[in-house]
Design a binder for this molecule. Structure first.
Ligand code: NAD
Ligand code: GLY
Length: 371
């Protein structure tokens, strides 16, 4: 079954992860009863390849659809691009029954999702993720928003999509480094909640010989490996679907999705956003967090090594960037969004597929993990 369902106390929507899924968009929108205009906000880098053919397909099916290109990159997640989206929609006569379609990675998903949450006090949004990170993480769960000069993602809203349609064929054009960063989130989902997924990722890596030569790009559409990878990605998405269904507003379990993020965010901030991709920093943070967990006796050292090897097989290193001062990283963890009453809340593995949240991690262990 290609389709998963997010079910919260107030929302229920399908999440489709399949090769070629974009072709089914018109009929899926019709099934959802969407009769208004469609506002396709699209990462400019993928507009010619995926955005323009999609608009033509939607128009061919009788929808009033138009496309707006959002410049690629994190800088677009700010007030200027948000305002441009508002002006495009309001100037074009957007109505409450219309829907925003967000085609691209997490940048476009967050930005267009927030525009949809706020224009006319809220119109529907459909997430059409085209990066592995967006498929596995950002497109599902309704977190939308923009950055503020004082920090990332500080202005936003929960706005659950009507539908998430992830076409894994689009990953074939994704730059290999972006793809690798996405695998960090797939592996993260295995560690926090699905030991079977972790084992399948290991088996595939062993079968393909990715130990010595890590996975490079996404295989071409139709290749058996593409199907196998799509199934693994879908299984990773199922972890997020489950977590969000049980804890839509991050009152509890949803914090576990931040495994690896405490040190990951600190490393991203200290190296200057952009030097490392988010997933690359998360991989470093996962290794450090697993080391801390082993140091506290929560898991055995074997887990740390298995996780390190799996990350390496999917092209991800775990070493701290050279020259980074451990004391500065430690200080930066205190600015983590999960800090409560001055205490860092760490997500730590107790075994494959299970994590706990602890705020009593000894500083010496964090220093050792950073060392
Ligand atoms: P991104 O959106 O910047 O995309 C990465 C790059 O890939 C861009 O250069 C883009 O042009 C290019 N690209 C996208 N799809 C492509 C394709 N199919 N082929 C070729 N190139 C393609 O980055 P991202 O990693 O997808 O997302 C990062 C953003 O997601 C951050 O802003 C982060 O804060 C946010 N995020 C949000 C959530 C959430 O829950 N809302 C979760 C995690 C991350
Ligand atoms: N990316 C973390 C979350 O959606 O909660």
């Amino acid at each position: 079954m290609d389709q998963l369902i997010v079910t919260t106390s107030s929302h229920r929507y399908p999440v489709v992860v399949a090769a070629g899924a974009l072709a089914s968009l018109p009929e899926r929108l019709a099934e959802l009863g969407l009769g208004g205009a469609l506002w396709l906000a699209c990462d400019a880098a993928v507009a010619p390849r995926y955005g323009e053919p999609l608009v033509a397909r939607l128009r061919g099916a009788g929808f009033a659809a138009q496309l707006h290109g959002v410049p690629s990159g994190e800088a677009s997640k700010g007030p200027e691009e948000l305002w441009r989206l508002y002006s495009w929609m309001i100037g074009g006569g957007v109505e409450r029954r219309d829907a925003v379609l967000a085609l691209g990675g997490g940048v476009v998903g967050d930005l267009a999702g927030f525009a949809a949450a706020t224009v006319l006090r809220g119109v529907a949004v459909v997430q059409l993720p085209t990066t592995l990170l967006a498929i596995v993480d950002s497109a599902v769960g309704g977190k939308t928003g923009i950055n503020h000069p004082l920090g990332k993602n500080l202005v936003g809203a929960f706005h659950q999509p009507l539908l998430v349609l992830a076409d894994t064929d689009t990953l074939a054009s994704l730059p290999p480094r972006e793809l690798r960063a996405g695998w960090a989130e797939v592996i993260k989902h295995g560690v926090i909640a699905d030991a079977g997924l972790f084992a399948e990722l290991e088996e595939l890596a062993a079968a393909e010989g990715w130990g010595e030569r890590p996975l490079a790009g996404w295989p071409t559409a139709g290749a058996p490996l593409a199907e196998r990878l799509t199934a693994l990605v879908r299984r990773a998405v199922a972890v997020k679907v489950g977590v969000v269904s049980r804890d839509e507003r991050e009152q509890g379990e949803r914090i576990t999705l931040n495994y690896g993020h405490t040190i990951g965010h600190a490393v991203e901030a200290l190296t200057g956003y952009g030097a490392l991709l988010h997933g690359e920093a998360v991989a470093i943070g996962m290794h450090a967090a697993a080391g801390i967990a082993a140091g506290m006796g929560l898991c055995d050292a074997g887990l740390v090594e298995r996780q390190r090897r799996l990350l390496a097989a999917y092209g991800l290193g775990v070493a701290m960037p050279p020259g980074l001062d451990p004391a500065a990283v430690l200080a930066a963890t205190l600015r983590d969004k999960k800090v409560r009453a001055g205490r860092v809340r760490w997500v730590l593995p107790t075994g494959l597929g299970a994590v706990v949240v602890r705020d009593d991690v000894p500083e010496a262990l964090v220093r050792a993990a950073l060392g």
